[in-house]
Write a protein that binds this ligand. Structure first.
Ligand SMILES: CSC[C@@H](O)[C@@H](O)C(=O)COP(=O)(O)O
Length: 366
């Protein structure tokens, strides 16, 4: 995977303590802009506005937000009441990706036994760096475990490209490094297997056409951007060999919440006998939930549906209103795909069935 960018979407400022830097994903692919986060509010705002997004990166951002909480705490003491309040506010930034609470709680637990003061700031820094590095390693392992699934199809196709459909952006921008859904794709491409990716544009915020297409293009992976409703037709025509998507929360029973529209792709895949895989790090598993219908689904501003953002011919970032100004709109950000529609889960520990038994064959329930 040597062709992948060494840049990560989040990192501590190399020269200034108490500053975390992120790539502003709202402006990609038209503009690469780096933002400095200095306070917990900065970090919460970055998560809320999708400046940083994607489940594993939301978790890493929550971890760095806890470091900023400690650094900016009164007297630099990182006392419990202050840290607890910051942790609660960070966890409220977005509801669906479980990584947010997982990471914030992990850093809160790290405070136990560390004396108030500078040592707590150091502890928060080290734990945030650990969360970030671990997600990168998990994604790399997901790539290794997903590679055989692509290799098997490539063998049958005898040199013809393997057509993989993906939805939203579950690439390195969303995951610190490699991505979840894209990790097996990068691994296959790196191994010389011909792959071609159908990239769902992923309305309303176009994480597919803006971010996944940009990532794949930078890595030299052949791809084609398609309108969200095209996948079913392509599957009927035999033009999709497999679907790989990410997930923001996976129940202990294997139901998966992912970007709105994922469920429809899973239904179309089932109807056409196309394997539908979900790639995830263990930080995305919510062992406490039995049913996907219990996953909180984020509702965002209707303006995200009403306006389309892009770059005009003069290179200016702009937005245009599409529906009649008076028409109401609704913006659910995620949907749930039941485990019965999922061919299997690709995790950092290996491949398994989308079920409690499957997950327990790889992981211990915490
Ligand atoms: C990166 S793993 C899967 C998901 O986080 C991804 O597919 C997704 O739905 C991201 O949604 P977003 O609203 O952009 O945070």
């Amino acid at each position: 995977m040597s062709f992948l960018p060494s840049t990560r979407p989040i990192w501590p400022h190399p020269e200034e303590e108490g500053v975390v830097q992120v790539i502003d994903q709202r402006l990609l692919p038209h503009k690469v802009q780096i933002l400095d986060l200095r306070t917990v509010e900065d970090a919460i705002e970055a998560i809320r506005t999708l400046t940083v997004r994607g489940a594993p990166l939301i978790g890493a951002s929550a971890a760095w937000a806890m470091y900023l909480a400690a650094f900016t705490s009164p007297g630099g003491r990182a006392e419990y009441p202050w840290m607890e309040d910051c942790c609660r506010r960070i966890k409220e930034a977005r509801p669906t990706a479980v990584n947010l609470a997982w990471a914030a709680d992990r850093l809160m637990e790290k405070l136990v036994g560390v004396p108030e003061g500078p040592e707590r700031i150091v502890a928060m820094y080290e734990e945030a760096a650990a969360v970030t590095d671990e997600e990168a390693r998990r994604c790399r392992a997901i790539g290794e475990h997903g590679l055989p699934l692509i290799q098997e199809i490539a063998r049958v196709k005898n040199g013809a490209p393997v057509n993989i459909l993906t939805h939203c952006n579950a690439g390195w921008l969303a995951c610190v490094a490699y991505g979840t859904a894209t990790a097996p794709i990068y691994a296959a491409h790196g191994a010389g297997i011909p792959v071609h990716v159908w990239v769902d544009e992923t309305r309303p915020l176009n994480q597919g056409s803006r971010l996944t297409a940009w990532e794949l293009g930078e890595a030299g992976v052949p791809h084609t951007v398609i309108a969200d409703n095209t996948g079913g037709h392509l599957m009927q025509q035999g033009m999709v060999d497999m679907v790989i998507v990410g997930t923001d929360r996976t129940t202990g029973t294997g139901d998966v919440a992912n970007k709105i529209g994922t469920y429809l792709k899973a239904l179309a895949a089932k109807d056409n006998g196309v394997p539908f895989y979900v790639a995830l790090p263990s930080s995305t598993i919510d062992w406490e939930l039995e049913k996907g219908s219990d996953i909180p689904i984020e509702a965002r501003s209707p303006d995200e549906v009403r306006y389309v953002h892009g770059m005009d011919d003069e290179g200016r970032l702009t937005r245009v209103l599409v529906p009649p100004a008076a028409s109401p709109a609704m913006d659910y950000a995620f949907d749930v795909t039941p485990a019965r529609l999922v061919t299997g889960l690709i995790t950092e520990k290996g491949f398994c069935a989308a079920s409690r038994e499957g997950l327990l064959s790889l992981f211990h329930e915490p």
